[in-house]
Design a protein around this ligand. Structure first.
Ligand SMILES: [Zn+2]
Ligand SMILES: [Zn+2]
Length: 78
């Protein structure tokens, strides 16, 4: 059995290519990665200025994708 150390936890949290935010369609469930640069910078700044350690964030964007939007428009017009 391998025990977690706080060091490993810190390492695991380190931001990598797999850290992404997604825009999720509430109609069909489609999700696409979005550019979160400003969010990451903001989070980093907050972490640095607050003195908090291991600051993490969750950002989720949801809406209706273009395909579903078109479907709605078509249905309304008939
Ligand atoms: Zn959709
Ligand atoms: Zn992020």
């Amino acid at each position: 059995m391998v025990r977690d150390t706080s060091g490993e936890r810190l390492f695991r949290y380190r931001r990598g290519p797999d850290h992404r935010h997604y825009l999720i369609c509430t109609e069909c469930g489609l999700s696409r990665p979005v550019d979160s640069g400003p969010v990451e910078q903001w989070a980093d700044t907050i972490a640095q200025t607050s003195g908090f350690a291991n600051v993490r964030h969750t950002v989720e964007l949801s809406g209706v994708c273009p395909d579903c939007g078109r479907r709605h428009t078509a249905a309304e017009r008939r």
